[in-house]
Design a protein around this ligand. Structure first.
Ligand SMILES: [Zn+2]
Length: 219
């Protein structure tokens, strides 16, 4: 059965938000204006205590030989839940379609105020500010969740030989997308990363297009 677009949202640049996704639906992120990362986490829409865990998911992917810190197929929730939350069903960048030595994503924390202080840009809006706003949309305070466990979609960063972090502009090209199939009712909580000080968004913040797709049985 063919999928239809149930929801089509332009996520403004440098802002956060939330989207509810029903089990079985597809959550699609589209880089419709080019190189821009999305910092993404998922909550169980029926129990916000169950949250996505990027490190655990990366470890499991490594053991199964299907990715790791730079590419994921299966997203799990943190202990004690450890349930499959979402499956990546289409990922041109992660599949190597845009080149690069790694998967083209990064399972790590988001940018925050202290981080930008250290980079010499105090007072700059960060993903942390976006997440604070996004969690408020669903009645949560940022301090009540561990939002440092993030799927950094298209963030081309890695841990270098010396243990330090390195970054290059995203490999994603205009119009590319990534699809997540919800394996439970999900609340996507996201930040369209505002950073213009590093290669992470190719030095210019942009909006992203977000879609929810489903069939007539699953609207
Ligand atoms: Zn950020």
């Amino acid at each position: 059965m063919s999928l239809e677009i149930i929801k089509n949202v332009i996520a403004p640049k440098a802002r956060g938000g939330t989207l509810r996704i029903k089990r079985g639906q597809i959550f699609r992120v589209i880089a419709h204006e080019g190189k821009q990362v999305l910092d993404l986490t998922f909550l169980n829409a029926n129990d916000y205590r169950e949250q996505y865990a990027s490190e655990l998911s990366a470890c499991i992917a490594s053991i199964k030989g299907e990715g790791g810190y730079y590419r994921l197929s299966h997203l799990y929730s943190k202990p004690p839940f450890e349930n499959l939350m979402a499956t990546v069903t289409d990922d041109i960048v992660g599949a190597g379609g845009r080149g690069g030595e790694r998967g083209g994503h990064f399972m790590m924390c988001h940018c925050s105020n202290r981080l930008l202080d250290h980079l010499g840009f105090p007072g700059t809006r960060t993903c942390s500010d976006n997440f604070a706003d996004a969690f408020l949309e669903i009645g949560l305070k940022q301090e009540e969740v561990f939002d440092e466990s993030i799927f950094n979609i298209w963030m081309q960063s890695w841990v270098a030989e010396d243990g330090g972090m390195a970054s290059l502009p995203p490999l994603v090209e205009k119009g590319d997308s990534i699809d997540f199939r919800a394996e439970m009712d999900l609340m996507a909580v996201y930040s369209v990363c505002p950073d213009e000080t590093s290669p992470c968004n190719d030095f210019k913040a942009k909006p992203l297009k977000l879609q929810i797709l489903g069939n007539s049985d699953n609207r």
